[in-house]
Design a protein around this ligand. Structure first.
Ligand code: FMN
Length: 184
């Protein structure tokens, strides 16, 4: 065993894209890897202060899309550049915003799986808790009517080596079944 000093190393970290509107209904997106499930049908985002957090405080709504192999470069870009400095951020990234059906936030056509969320709370350190109100999935990632991880082709963030990793959907084992062989 080699011991490393403490660090924010956690596997897997997702690559989520948080979509919000500003006061003029301009769509914005930011990359957030420190995001996960908080409770049943609830997510938590660990954010710093960004244009996105101003938008969240204003509209109390966001979309959370999962970055994919096809959207990798756009996803990285929206994590490198702030709307404050580049109001053409969404256009530059080649993203197509449209109003989400159930919340006051934009969906982006290029992302095939998106959670629509309402803000439950934001604390002074920008820990955002959001309730999932609906999920939008592009038909192209469905097999027999359900989301197919192989078609989704999501990516994960490697916080140690600063790479994006493919989640190509190869099945390693069946959950709630693989361990049954040890059950006495
Ligand atoms: C891979 C990656 C992961 C990131 N994760 C987070 C995160 O979890 N929380 C955060 O506050 N910022 C995170 N960022 C930085 C924001 O995406 C970045 O500051 C962005 O420009 C904010 O956009 P905005 O000012 O237009 O809202 C991440 C950036 C990258 C590239």
């Amino acid at each position: 065993m080699k011991e490393f000093k403490k660090n924010t190393w956690f596997y897997p970290l997702p690559v989520t894209i948080i979509g919000t509107y500003d006061e003029n209904m301009n769509a914005n997106a930011m990359n957030a890897a420190w995001a996960t499930i908080y409770d049943y049908n609830t997510v938590i985002l660990n954010l710093g202060h960004h244009k996105t957090t101003d938008n969240l405080e204003l509209n109390k709504a966001f979309t959370l899309a999962f970055a994919t192999k096809d959207t990798l470069e756009a996803s990285d870009y929206v994590g490198l550049v702030s709307f404050e400095k580049e109001p053409n951020k969404i256009k530059n990234a080649g993203l197509t915003p449209m109003k989400a059906p159930n919340v006051n936030a934009p969906l982006f056509k290029e992302y095939p799986l998106t959670l629509e969320c309402k803000v439950r709370s934001i604390d002074e350190d920008y820990h955002v808790i959001g309730d999932i109100v609906a999920i939008q999935a592009d038909e192209k990632i469905l097999t027999d009517g359900n989301v197919d991880p192989k078609k989704l082709n999501a990516i994960s963030f490697d916080p140690i080596n600063h790479n994006y990793l493919l989640l190509s959907g190869e099945i390693a084992g069946e959950a709630f079944k693989a361990g049954l062989k040890y059950k006495k």
